[in-house]
Write a protein of this length. Structure first.
Length: 382
């Protein structure tokens, strides 16, 4: 393997996602800064950076995009209330949009772009987030060369939540150019460096379904008691997003048990946490993102959090045959039946500029390596 590049070596001809060591350099070079606040190195993940909430949350009349203006200009006419996130923080109510300026700002070179996604624990708490930037027509996408602030739209959907300054609800990836693998490239790689496992074995050609990404399906057989996941309770208690392992599961969730025929009928507008039937492995030289799969009926929404870092489901010794993915599912309008093995989302894979010096897993305190459970880190385990 050739020597890993340094930040000064990068240009438009070095496509890929920036790994942790280059993200640290990017902070030092001023591509990412936080004013009077230091950007903590512990917030740098193998292929992403955890972004932090600022000191104020604005309760908004509605969501918006700034188009050719600035976010600050647009929000003036839309603010309903202003909340102080310092000290004890503030409560964000369900189904109301809030806009929170983030501590981090970007000063990107013209050949570097960025993309944001909720952290996995944020998605599992059914908190919808997306990044907004000045002059943007799209959520979560940061244009090459962007120079300016970052704002986070936050909408709690199932639970009212308490948030505080410095809390991280989402992540940012920096990338150069186009480095996404095609379906043919995914299959060719899988044959000698497996990406997908079924029942502990690399998926065969029939099980390796692709269409602009690699499909994942649902496990609706579950355990011996046919438990397949969780459904969010209505009118649940306040969820403090700074409280790790501090909340009783039964206060927020009820178990989901599959019917005969390995199926579940989803109640409209209720939030479900289910597991993928397959296990995923992200090799060190790749990064992955889960994207929603539209079955064209408009009845089903999956995926609220999407980054899979290098090392997810991977071990250097080979004893880990991937990790299953938590799937966040909601039906709209009418009850909707889902069945075991039904495809509900897909993974896209991108090349890294170079391999990161740290990988997803227990070595860096990752929460969901080898998971057999869908609940997030906020909930106490038995």
């Amino acid at each position: 393997m050739t020597d890993a590049p340094r930040l000064a070596d990068l240009s438009g001809s070095t496509p890929g996602v920036l790994p942790n060591q280059l993200l640290v350099e990017a902070v030092g070079a001023g591509w990412i800064e936080a004013g009077d606040y230091r950007v903590p190195e512990e917030h740098v993940q193998p292929a992403s950076l955890d972004l932090r909430l600022g000191e104020t949350a604005y309760r908004m009349r509605c969501s918006f995009l700034p188009h050719d203006g600035s976010v600050e200009e647009k929000l003036k006419d839309l603010v309903v209330d202003e909340l102080d996130l310092r000290r004890d923080g503030a409560v964000l109510e369900t189904n109301r949009p809030y806009l929170i300026p983030l501590l981090e700002r970007l000063h990107l070179p013209p050949f570097v772009s960025a993309r944001a996604n909720p952290k996995s624990s944020t998605g599992r708490a059914d908190v919808f987030t997306r990044v907004i930037t000045d002059g943007s027509y799209r959520f979560d996408d940061v244009q090459p060369g962007y120079d300016g602030p970052l704002y986070l739209e936050v909408v709690p959907l199932s639970f009212a939540v308490r948030v505080r300054q410095n809390l991280s609800l989402n992540q940012l990836r920096l990338s150069i150019g186009e480095s996404r693998l095609s379906d043919d490239e995914l299959w060719a790689l899988h044959q000698h460096d497996p990406l997908l496992f079924t029942d502990g074995r690399p998926a065969d050609r029939a099980g390796f379904a692709t269409d602009d990404g690699l499909f994942l399906s649902l496990d609706l057989r579950g355990d011996a008691g046919r438990n397949v996941g969780w459904r969010a309770r209505g009118n649940a208690a306040l969820l403090d997003l700074s409280g790790i392992g501090a909340h009783r599961v039964s206060d927020y969730w009820e178990a989901v048990v599959s019917e005969d025929g390995d199926r579940v009928v989803l109640d409209p507008e209720r939030f479900y946490l289910l597991l993928s039937n397959e296990a995923v492995r992200v090799p060190p030289h790749l990064a992955s993102e889960m994207t929603a799969y539209d079955p064209t009926s408009g009845e089903l929404r999956t995926h609220y959090a999407g980054f899979f870092d290098p090392g997810f489901g991977h071990s250097g010794t080979g004893e880990l045959a991937g990790s299953r993915a938590a799937l966040e599912v909601r039906a709209h309008d009418v009850p909707f039946m889902i069945e075991h093995g039904q495809r509900v989302c897909r993974l896209t894979f991108e090349r890294m500029v170079c391999e990161p010096t740290k990988l997803y897993g227990q070595g860096i305190g990752s929460n969901y390596q080898g998971q057999l459970e869908t609940l997030g880190k906020h909930f106490a385990r038995p």
